[in-house]
Design a protein around this ligand. Structure first.
Ligand code: XMP
Ligand code: MG
Length: 179
């Protein structure tokens, strides 16, 4: 599995130290508000688990699942809702935790969907941002790392459902997905 990685882009240590900073920032912004963190399955789960532990304020959490990619490395652009929230977010402060903001199609869909539920506020926290690929009008309020236009895996991110359990973020060797 590790042999398929061309280069480690973000080490475990770099992930943890940036998440510690992000958690402090979010905790400060939501002091006294008891936000609901919404994780977007499945990619965000590692980031979600580390991020909520780095944010030392009372909070709730919930998950939703959407699909866009199929087995390729290019977003299909068509997003399907696979699992909706179980919590009622009406009047609540919501923070979406997502693994990566790429074209923006996924988060555009997620934000539009959640806004219909009338939260008091809605912000986006994305671990990774690939701004060079953006086609949908959307930006994150909190970004962990801005990365170049390369397909990355690990720390929750997959290629064809594999590599999610790699503890760092790495660039996948192109020959793996060109096979
Ligand atoms: P969009 O293009 O909708 O993409 O902003 C967001 C979703 O696409 C997946 N994605 C990636 N997954 N390596 C991955 O493993 C990548 O480089 C990558 N770029 C986008 C991801 O699931 C994200 O939620
Ligand atoms: Mg994802």
């Amino acid at each position: 599995m590790h042999n398929d990685i061309a280069e480690i882009l973000i080490t475990e240590k770099e992930l943890q130290s940036r998440i510690a900073e992000l958690g402090k920032e979010v905790a400060k912004d939501y002091e006294g508000k008891t936000p609901i963190f919404v994780g977007v399955l499945k990619g965000a789960i590692m980031f979600f688990a580390d991020m909520v532990r780095a944010t030392p304020i009372p909070c709730e959490y919930d998950f939703m699942a959407v699909s866009s990619y199929g087995a390729g490395t290019i977003s299909s652009g068509k997003i399907n809702l696979i699992k909706d929230l179980s919590a009622d977010i009406k009047g609540r402060h919501v923070v979406i935790l997502e693994d990566i903001l790429d074209t923006g199609n996924t988060l555009r869909f997620v934000v539009d969907h959640l806004m219909e539920k009338e939260p008091a506020s809605l912000k986006i926290c994305a671990l990774l941002d690939k701004p060079s690929r953006r086609t949908a009008p959307i930006e994150a309020d909190y970004v962990g790392f801005t990365i170049p236009n390369q397909f990355v895996v690990g720390y929750g991110l997959d290629y064809d459902e594999i590599y999610r359990n790699i503890p760092y973020v790495g660039i996948l060797k192109p020959e793996v997905y060109k096979k």
